[in-house]
Ligand binder design. Structure first.
Ligand SMILES: Nc1ncnc2c1ncn2[C@@H]1O[C@H](COP(=O)(O)OP(=O)(O)OP(=O)(O)O)[C@@H](O)[C@H]1O
Length: 227
């Protein structure tokens, strides 16, 4: 990806849901760009559409109108197979709850998306070990999720999201389930890793203190980005 190609561009995106006999317009004409190396905080009241926006950016949901570009590629016209491929290889996701596979160890969880993406096992293992070590989890590589603390589980989920070297990271309240002190630490580590890897990130959060530490704040209000 050229350094000037944005990791994510949403152009004139609209999303509405049927509501009784009427329609709920979550967004009408929304524009947002996230450049490589930029970490954008997505804030807004509950119900303002942060999760819907992340689903659209992550190609999990189609907008009612408008276009989604990932690393310069217009994804709006792609078929399901092509969208799934971009989602698997080009985008990393971190959620509030880690969704790790309980029967696999930390390192196996981080290897999984790479193996699915076609990376050979030794290379996948090296990358997983490297990421987990950078997150301070070297002594925990063989532990299963139930044997890890909440902060450690979320670090494994972060490593898993970055394993395939995505161009774009989408995170929905990535530290929302942790106590404030652990949340601040895991958040700092997440930002550092995003910066080291040079990707673009869109991070939805209710926590304005955490939002202040990111490159820029995008506030969702009445279906538009207002700042
Ligand atoms: N599948 C759906 N069908 C109908 N309405 C929906 C659907 N998904 C979301 N909505 C509505 O769209 C609006 C935006 O929801 P969304 O979950 O994106 O908000 P949010 O900003 O992430 O909220 P929160 O901070 O509480 O998680 C809400 O009014 C919600 O009820």
């Amino acid at each position: 990806m050229s350094p000037i190609t944005p990791a994510l561009e949403l152009k004139n995106v609209a999303r509405s849901y049927a509501e009784g006999k009427g329609r709920l317009d979550v967004f009408k004409d929304l524009n947002l760009t996230v450049r490589a190396g930029e970490i954008v905080a997505l804030v807004g009241q509950s119900g303002s559409g942060k999760s819907s926006l992340l689903h659209i950016a992550g190609l999990l949901e189609a907008p009612t109108a408008g276009e989604v570009f990932i690393a310069g590629q217009n994804c709006s016209a792609l078929d399901d197979k092509a969208r799934t491929r971009i989602r698997r290889i080009g985008i990393g996701f971190v959620y509030q709850f880690h969704h790790l596979l309980p029967e696999f160890s930390a390192i196996e969880n981080v290897m999984m998306p790479q193996l699915i993406g076609g990376t050979a096992r030794p290379a996948a293992k090296d990358r997983a070990r490297e990421l987990l070590t950078r997150l301070g989890l070297e002594p925990r590589l063989e532990h299963r999720p139930a044997e890890l603390s909440g902060g450690e589980q979320q670090r494994v989920a972060i490593a898993r999201a970055l394993a395939n070297r995505p161009l774009l990271l989408l995170a929905d309240e990535p530290t929302g389930n942790l106590d404030p002190e652990t949340a601040a630490r895991v958040h700092d580590e997440l930002l550092r890793l995003i910066q080291d890897e040079g990707l673009g990130a869109l991070v939805a959060t209710h926590n304005l203190d955490l939002a202040q530490g990111m490159s820029r704040i995008a506030r969702l209000e009445r279906g538009m980005i207002v700042s």
